[in-house]
Structures are given as C-alpha cells and as structure tokens.
Design a protein around this ligand. Structure first.
Ligand SMILES: N[C@@H](CCC[C@H](N)C(=O)O)C(=O)O
Length: 289
C-alpha cells in the first residue's frame, strides 16, 4: 500500500502524520512500528492519525501510536502539531479546535506568534486512574508532594527512586534530580517504564528545578524511549513541582529539543502547554503488507 504522510516535530519530538479524513488506512501495529522505524521507515517517536469529527461539538479525532506500535491516550507535542496540520492543510479555518483523543477532549489554539497553546485538561492523581498499583505501599510525605518509593528490581541492592505519579491522560512517574545531564534516564527509564506497579507501563520524567519559573526535563517515554521532548511529560513534571512547592504556576521547561511553557493554577484546573509545531517535509511511501 502506498500512502502520503507529513513529517512534523514539536520541540524535537517527531511525528509521522497521516490523513484519515476520507477513510481509515487500516494500518496494523506492525505497520505503525515500521513507519516509525528510523532505519527502514520514515522515523518518528509517534504516528498521529487525523480523523473526522466523531461527535457533535468536536472538530476532529486524533489517534496516537507510539514507535513500538501501541495505541496511546495522549500526546502533548503531537496535539500542537495536529493543530498546525489541520490548519495548514485547510481542514479548518479556525485557530481553536476541539479534538477527541482516547483519554478525552483537548483544545489546541494557534497563537499569533506561530506557537500553539493546548488546554490539556486537569491532571489526575488517583492511583487507579493512572493506573498505578499502590497495594502495600505508603506514600512518603515529602513537602506537599506524594513521593512513592519504588525499588527498580528485586535484588537487595536495587536502586530506590521516589516518584510522583499522575495522569495527564497518559501515565507519568516524575522524580526530581540534581542535574538532568547526569541523571540515569536511559538506565532507570526502562526499569520505571516496565515496573510491575504500572500495569499499562508509564512515562518516566526526570525534572531539574532551576528556579521557581524555570526547569529542565528529560523523559524516557513509554513505547518510544528517550525523546527530545515530551509535552505531557512537561505538564506532569511542572504539576509535580508546583505540588511540591518548588515551582510557580507558570514555568519555562527546557527540554533537549526546545522550550515548552507550562501553566497550572492548581487542583481541578486545566494545564496549559505552549510550544512550537513545525512541518519538516511531506512524502509518499510504500508500506510493506
Ligand atoms: N510525546 C508525547 C507522549 C506520547 C505518548 C507516550 N509515549 C505514552 O505512551 O503515553 C507527548 O508529547 O506528550
């Protein structure tokens, strides 16, 4: 099957975007994996599919597959690229669109400076909703922050990490580190991702607080490995920092691929994420059956 695609990136988190407005392509998990493969396919952290409105009051449906072929609930950087895509392709003439994802509805808005702001909805902290299995665990008080201590392995000398666990539509475990450059992202990241307490796996965030309005972040993403930026990861990290009393309500987050601004007014309110969304190139490719 031959398909057209658009390659996009948001703060270096990169995407293959597929137009399914006129009908489903019917790709298998293996074909999504192939498209995302950097050696045999196009190469991407996630594949995004743009579908027509599924319900009144909703403009589009947005479907996300990780590089490993798994379908996921939410993707922040992808949401910004989605908004840029539907506008640039003339699929809408509006600056603000309402988009249905697997985890609910979000509202991306193109801003006059070319960036995109997304209302990502409120964070969710209830462990079963993440999902996070807390059986037999007691949260460790750490300021206003609930830090759960997890052993990364079964050996007596297994490293112990203290993570805050929350959902931004997708699951996140965030820990604060002294310096993201030396943090064990590529060694501890996969152990946290596959920790048995997370039945659907988890995205592992490593947050370095610089001052009350500035932070640095690296994220080991579920199903994709370390990416240059993770939008939902930045939201989860800032929410964690605010709950811990370490960050103010508006924070610039420096990732390895670019800058994201995250705003959160507190419990029950939406998290707003602002950042870039860029089209890199378009192409056509034959996908193996
Ligand atoms: N890159 C994303 C998140 C993509 C999904 C994530 N890997 C998951 O499995 O939940 C972002 O920008 O939020």
């Amino acid at each position: 099957m031959r398909i057209r695609f658009t390659k996009m990136q948001g703060a270096g988190n990169d995407f293959v975007v597929l137009d399914e407005m006129a009908g489903r392509l019917g790709l298998t998990a293996q074909q999504y994996r192939w498209l995302a493969d950097r050696h045999f396919g196009v190469g991407a952290d996630q594949v995004l599919s743009v579908r027509p409105s599924p319900a009144p009051g909703i403009d589009f449906e947005y479907v996300i597959h990780n590089a490993d072929g798994s379908e996921v609930e939410q993707c922040g950087n992808g949401a910004r690229c989605f908004a840029r895509y539907v506008r640039d392709k003339g699929l809408t003439d509006r600056d603000t669109v309402r988009v249905r994802t697997l985890s609910g509805d979000i509202e991306p808005r193109l801003t006059p400076d070319g960036r995109v702001t997304v209302d990502m909805g409120p964070p969710v902290f209830e462990p079963p909703a993440v999902p996070f299995d807390t059986a037999g665990l007691t949260p460790q008080p750490d300021g206003a922050w609930e830090a759960w201590k997890l052993a990364l392995g079964t050996r007596a000398d297994a490293p112990i990490v203290a993570v805050s666990v929350l959902s931004m539509g997708n699951p996140h475990a965030v820990q604060e580190v002294e310096d993201v450059d030396t943090a064990p992202v590529t060694t501890h990241g996969p152990l946290i991702e596959h920790h048995p307490r997370f039945p659907r796996r988890v995205n592992a965030g490593f947050l370095q607080v610089l001052d009350r309005g500035h932070a640095r972040l690296r994220v080991w993403e579920r199903g994709a490995g370390e990416t240059l930026a993770c939008g939902t990861g930045a939201c989860a990290a800032v929410v964690t920092g605010i709950r811990r009393g370490r960050l103010d309500s508006r924070v610039d987050v420096q990732t390895r691929g670019g800058l994201l601004t995250i705003e959160w007014a507190g419990a029950g309110t939406s998290v707003f994420m602002t950042g870039p969304a860029v089209t890199v190139f378009e192409g056509e490719i034959e996908i193996p059956e």
